[in-house]
Design a binder for this molecule. Structure first.
Ligand SMILES: [Cu+2]
Length: 414
């Protein structure tokens, strides 16, 4: 019996060692950063990011790159997410590995929160200056007050060089050129040290004599007054006066050194300019939409009518940043993130050119590992089984039309 016990103990120890070693050597690379775990219907029914472009895939410290593109604010915004009346255009990166040198919506600089309108499409650009070497997954992102972060697609960007070389120069309106990376740091260190030292000095003054038991005895035997001498009182007054005088004087010298200062600039920016989207001449009706559980695809029956004057074909279906393309119609040239790009992911039962005036009902399948990897398949856990996405139609000259689709998405189990 004892032998078995020993053996079990030994084996458990070995198992523990193996597990610990494995845990140490197992370093998974995260390829998405937050968005996968968010509710699928929320990602499909809030902001549609498209036409994204990352200007560089590799950038040296202090060099800049930009993310630009468009986003459509879906009109069927979910109830549980506050309307984007107070939103902030952000970037999703692990801390300031880049600094944001500028961000624009519709050509307007947006350092503050902005108001977005449901149903509108906006153009944006974020200019980033490289700060920390490494490989970073850079997302566009919108923070919605009362809603949370709405994360756009992310792409890996490499920064080369060393962080020590990073600078962040800025010329103020008083004509000084400063480096925001280190500006005023010395003063912060100095004044924190000074006041901390004064606090310590006050404590040391009292701590150097017996602290607790003798003082407790003195107080309880009614001799509390003997504990604070006239000299102690003088020191107390000196500290009090010294503090007030020092505050007054340094406030004065700081005002002299920085005679022009302004309050923090804040406040919501309204009136963001949306893009004037051309009126679409293609109309699409979603007759039904389903997805297999488990599975990696969704299937829609669409009735498409071409009211324009040139024949069109369906090239892309985009939902929750996953782009399903029909390779015969559209090829991505923007270097869209691989894990979100299904180059041949879109199958249309009949994708021959749809002539002007013609109506056709087709079966469309959007299929790719991304459907599962990005957990759009997890719609099965969501309380609102509806999807939304963008369809892109192309005419013979390459002209593009965007049509929004939105319908219930019904699971099928057998
Ligand atoms: Cu990421």
């Amino acid at each position: 019996m004892k032998l078995i016990k020993d053996k079990v103990a030994k084996l458990s120890f070995v198992a523990l060692l193996v597990t610990m070693t494995a845990a140490i050597f197992y370093t998974p690379t995260a390829s998405a950063h937050g968005e996968k775990s968010q509710a699928a219907f929320m990602r499909m029914r809030t902001i549609h990011w498209f036409d994204l472009n990352w200007s560089k895939e590799e950038v040296a410290i202090n060099d800049t790159m930009s993310i630009s593109g468009k986003f459509h604010v879906f009109a069927g915004w979910p109830e549980t997410v506050d309307k984007p009346e107070v939103s902030f255009l952000n970037v999703g990166i692990p801390g300031p590995v880049f600094i944001r040198a500028g961000s624009w919506i519709g050509g307007q600089l947006v350092p503050r929160s902005v108001s977005l309108e449901l149903g509108e499409t906006y153009e944006f650009k974020v200019l980033l200056r490289a700060r920390r070497p490494g490989e970073w997954h850079v997302h566009s992102m919108m923070n919605v007050q009362g809603g949370g972060p709405i994360i756009g697609p992310g792409k890996w960007v490499t920064i080369t060089g060393s962080m020590g070389q990073f600078t962040n120069p800025l010329t103020t309106l008083t004509g000084q050129t400063i480096d925001l990376k280190t500006y005023a740091l010395d003063s912060i260190y100095f004044w924190h040290a000074v006041w901390y030292a004064i606090g310590l000095a006050w404590m040391l003054f009292w701590v150097k004599r017996p602290l607790f038991v003798p003082r407790h005895i003195a107080v309880s035997s009614g001799k509390a007054d003997s504990l604070i001498s006239a000299a102690d009182k003088k020191v107390g007054v000196a500290f009090a006066l010294g503090t007030v005088v020092m505050l007054g004087v340094t406030m004065g010298t700081t005002n002299e050194k920085y005679p022009v200062t302004t309050p923090l600039q804040a406040g919501l920016m309204r009136g963001m300019k949306p893009i004037e989207m051309p009126a679409t001449t293609v109309s699409v009706k979603v007759d039904d939409a389903t997805y297999r559980v488990p599975g990696r695809a969704m299937q829609m029956t669409l009735t498409i009518t071409n009211n324009g004057d040139s024949a069109v074909r369906l090239g892309e279906f985009n939902t929750a940043s996953v782009r399903f393309l029909d390779a015969d119609v559209l090829e991505d040239e923007s270097g869209y993130p691989d894990d979100l790009l299904a180059e041949e992911g879109l199958t249309v039962s009949d994708n021959s050119p749809l002539a002007p005036g013609e109506t056709r009902t087709v079966s469309v399948t959007a299929s790719d590992a991304a459907w599962e990897v990005y957990r759009l398949a997890d719609l099965i856990y969501d309380p609102d089984s509806r999807f939304a996405g963008l369809l892109f139609f192309f005419d013979e000259d390459g002209g593009r039309q965007m049509v929004m689709v939105d319908a219930p998405l019904i699971p099928s189990f057998i």
